[in-house]
Ligand binder design. Structure first.
Ligand SMILES: Nc1nc2c(ncn2[C@@H]2O[C@H](COP(=O)(O)OP(=O)(O)OP(=O)(O)O)[C@@H](O)[C@H]2O)c(=O)[nH]1
Length: 515
């Protein structure tokens, strides 16, 4: 995601403060112009950048600043978070009630795809979801939504022969409401540009839906949530588009799509600032599960390279992957089979794409795009390979495959991949299996937690990793920081270790070259 690049430019600008021995007018000026540069090159609108600069100046009047104020924190916490934060709270659907969510946006912004993604998001969390296709403008919209809905196992309503979107909205919402559906998503038409007829149609659908949802005496004039879908690749134009929608419908939330591509993303942020509506999700791919919940503070952490462990933990919980008792019990007995590895890889893909998980892990979120894609592809190749194995191979000793070229050929033929992949898979599998073997005989707490004895934990790490951490004393230090919940400082130590290792590698390379 290119927003990550914006994050690293901002983070670079901010680290200059760390290096500066004292913050004076000159340092502050350099910092502000670095931030301005980073934002403008990410397509954030000039108006917004000017506002941000003025705010920083206002908050950081150096002559009036009390001693001990952390300038970096002020900029990070207040200004960068403010850039993304809206004054309005996101709508939270209510269980057991009818929640009507209407989608609006320009043609091709990703509305239809996102309707299904959002429906799927709620369905897998146990909500009763219905999709209504009111897009009578684009010929293929009905089929697209119907196919997507079928794939996602979501109920769908549309009428191929009806040309009036308002009638479809009325009928669809009425039917789903009668059947006590909790989330009713209404997809509306998009146009090439903001046209009067599009806005009139949107308003009419909105009113029609409202008549059904609310009793007559209530004077509500809008669906529960009206989501504006904006395509991050539209850059600077997004601000004007968002403004046009805001004037005509009550945009209550925003979803930014296609943040997985080469979009600079800053334009989308500017659009959000115009609507003053919160970003609730971001689209990070074409697949149904490639929709991520958006939380401003976590996102700021992520773009500034600090990772977002909280989201991973939440995702694990939501997919009920946090309680893997059976897996832990087997590992404690020293068992780790290819089937277990396959299940874990599938779990990774359940949470999202490999790259989206990487984005959330501190230290790994600035990996170059190519290596993320390559890792995702590798993971998928491994899954196909394991899918073409027999139960005996999945549950038995790896030697069964390792010592049999005919098995290796059969598996790779079945998976349609080059035979080299099976060796790669074995190489990936062996350290996991070795790790499980080391875990055997470890005294565990009753609930299957990690060993309590730090020496035993350190012994489970490969020598090279332990060395990088700074040996046993470095490991103890790190552990202490984690125990004190000082994750940020622990992370800093790990990053220092990484930097030191890189430095040592560079020196060794230079020495080799000199020799
Ligand atoms: N890479 C990527 N592609 C996306 C994302 N969201 C949607 N798309 C793609 O964007 C294209 C347009 O998406 P649609 O959902 O058809 O757009 P729409 O806004 O409904 O278009 P209209 O129905 O014509 O108004 C499709 O090829 C989608 O697969 C995303 O988050 N990432």
């Amino acid at each position: 995601m290119v927003l990550a690049e914006l994050g690293s430019s901002l983070a670079n600008a901010l680290t200059k403060i760390n290096r500066a021995s004292k913050i004076d007018e000159k340092t502050l000026q350099i910092l502000i112009s670095d931030i301005e540069q980073a934002l403008l090159s990410a397509d954030v609108s000039t108006k917004l950048v000017e506002r941000l600069k003025a705010n920083i100046r206002e908050k950081l009047r150096l002559s009036e600043l009390p001693a001990g104020v952390d300038v970096k924190r002020v900029i990070e916490k207040v200004e960068i978070t403010n850039l993304l934060d809206s004054k309005r709270k996101a709508y939270i659907p209510k269980r057991g009630k009818t929640n009507v969510i209407m989608f609006v946006g320009l043609q091709g912004s990703g509305k239809t795809t996102t309707c299904t993604k959002l429906g799927y998001y709620y369905r897998v969390r146990g909500w009763k979801v219905g999709l209504v296709c009111c897009d009578t403008f684009r010929a293929g919209a009905f089929d697209q939504l119907e196919q997507n809905a079928t794939k996602a196992r979501i109920n769908f309503y549309g009428d191929r022969n009806e040309v009036d979107p308002v009638k479809i909205a009325l009928e669809g919402v009425k039917r789903f409401k009668e059947k006590k559906f909790e989330i009713i998503i209404v997809d509306t038409s998009g146009r090439h540009k903001q046209e009067e007829s599009l806005f009139e149609e949107m308003e009419m659908i909105s009113h029609a839906v409202v008549c059904l949802v609310y009793p007559l005496h209530q004077k509500k004039k809008k669906p529960n949530d009206t989501i504006l879908v904006v395509d991050s690749t539209n850059g600077q134009q997004l601000e004007a588009q968002a403004e046009a929608f805001r004037k005509r419908v009550d945009v209550a939330s925003v979803i930014i799509t296609k943040l997985d591509g080469h979009a600079k993303g800053g334009g989308a942020l500017s659009a959000v600032a115009v609507t003053q509506a919160p970003i609730i999700f971001i689209g990070v791919g074409e697949h149904i599960n490639e929709l991520q919940k958006f939380d401003t503070q976590r996102f700021v952490n992520r773009i500034l390279g600090r990772g977002d462990i909280a989201t991973i933990v939440e995702e694990l919980k939501e997919h009920k992957l946090d309680d893997q008792k059976e897996l832990m019990e087997k590992i404690q007995k020293g068992i780790f089979t290819l089937r277990m590895m396959r299940d874990q890889f599938q779990n990774i893909l359940k949470i999202g794409s490999f790259s989206s998980i990487m984005q959330m892990i501190p230290g790994l979120n600035n990996l170059p795009k190519e290596s993320e894609d390559a890792s995702q592809q590798r993971l998928q190749n491994f899954l196909v390979l394991m899918d073409s194995m027999t139960a005996e191979e999945l549950d038995g000793d790896i030697a069964l495959i390792e010592t049999s070229p005919s098995r290796q050929r059969r598996i790779c033929r079945g998976a349609g991949v080059h035979v080299n992949f099976i060796f790669e898979l074995i190489m990936v599998y062996k350290p996991f299996a070795g790790f499980a073997k080391n875990m055997k005989n470890m005294p565990f707490a009753k609930n299957g937690e990690m060993p309590k004895n730090p020496t035993q934990m350190a012994n489970m790490l490969p020598d090279s990793v332990l060395k990088q951490i700074g040996g046993m004393s470095g490991f103890m230090n790190l552990l202490k920081k984690f125990q004190n919940a000082d994750a940020e400082s622990a992370l800093q130590s790990m990053q220092n270790v990484q930097a030191r290792t890189k430095g040592m590698q560079r020196m060794a390379k230079a020495q080799r070259r000199r020799r």
